[in-house]
Design a protein around this ligand. Structure first.
Ligand code: HPA
Length: 266
């Protein structure tokens, strides 16, 4: 950790971020527009590389709306074969750099029948169905507790703030529970029926590991999903990664203005 942090501080002339943002599939444009320093993951000691098309794989530092921000442009996923510990390492690095608030974003499939592609959903809670937890293994007590409380991972004051910002911008915003599967296969119609019955509103393959670690090390978490598709049983047609990327691109202007407004008011 000290290696990683020293390397980043040197490359960024000691930039001290207060807010972290993890940008999901097709939502990385913010880091193209606002970029004071950028470091590819390949160069950062102990970071694993993103292998997914549509994910750039760099850490970007910028002043945005008067806030010092570090962004992950592209994230690593469990389905790529990385361990839960590897994919959540950047969250611990952000904490070590001084980040207090982490905004997690992703592309997700709609399970709630009132959602449609290009809707934005504030994550109110999650269900971890990935079959693994990033906190398994020896616990570092300096970072967090062995058995962390999970009663308010997605902070109420940040949910309220995001709702207010969406209202001010006239953006129709949804709220709901994010259900995480490991992927990489999308869900079967029967699986989507199960998710719906068990309380999921949107389904995806990321975010939950990062939220668990962020909560564990006392970061305030806000989560926003960009709904990219009707989950499999509803659309009656096949789902592809290209469709997901395209739908995220359609929502990106709205998504970007919401994030900028949140940064302004946070
Ligand atoms: N399922 C799982 N992950 C996803 C989906 C989906 O329908 N859309 C975008 N990411």
């Amino acid at each position: 950790m000290q290696n990683t942090v020293n390397f980043i501080k040197e490359k960024t002339h000691n930039f001290q971020p207060e807010i972290g943002i993890i940008l999901g599939s097709g939502l990385g444009e913010l880091a193209d527009e606002y970029c004071d320093y950028a470091i590819p993951y390949t160069q950062i000691p102990h970071f694993v590389q993103s292998t997914v098309q549509g994910h750039k794989g760099r850490l970007v530092f910028a002043d945005i709306s008067g806030k010092k921000v570090v962004m992950m442009q592209g994230r690593n996923h469990f389905y790529e074969g990385h361990t839960m510990q590897e994919i959540t390492y950047p969250v611990k690095v952000m904490k070590a750099l001084g980040v207090k608030t982490l905004i997690l974003t992703n592309a997700a499939g709609a399970v709630n029948e009132s959602f449609k592609p290009a809707d934005l959903m504030i994550i109110t809670d999650h269900i971890n169905f990935m079959g693994a937890n990033p906190l398994t293994g020896t616990n570092d007590n300096t970072m967090g507790e062995r058995f962390p409380d999970m009663s308010e991972v997605y902070k109420k004051h940040l949910i309220d703030l995001a709702k207010k910002c969406a209202g001010d911008l006239n953006i129709d915003i949804k709220e709901g529970v994010y259900w995480a599967n490991s992927g990489p296969s999308y869900e079967t119609p029967a699986e989507i029926k199960m998710v719906r019955k068990l309380g999921g509103d949107a389904v995806g393959m990321s975010t939950v590991p990062e939220a668990i670690v962020a909560n564990y090390c006392s970061l305030n978490v806000l989560g926003i999903s960009c709904i990219t598709n009707a989950a499999s049983s509803d659309s009656g047609k096949k789902l592809s990664h290209e469709e997901v990327i395209e739908a995220a691109a359609n929502a990106k202007t709205k998504f970007k203005s919401l994030i900028l407004e949140i940064l302004k008011k946070i």
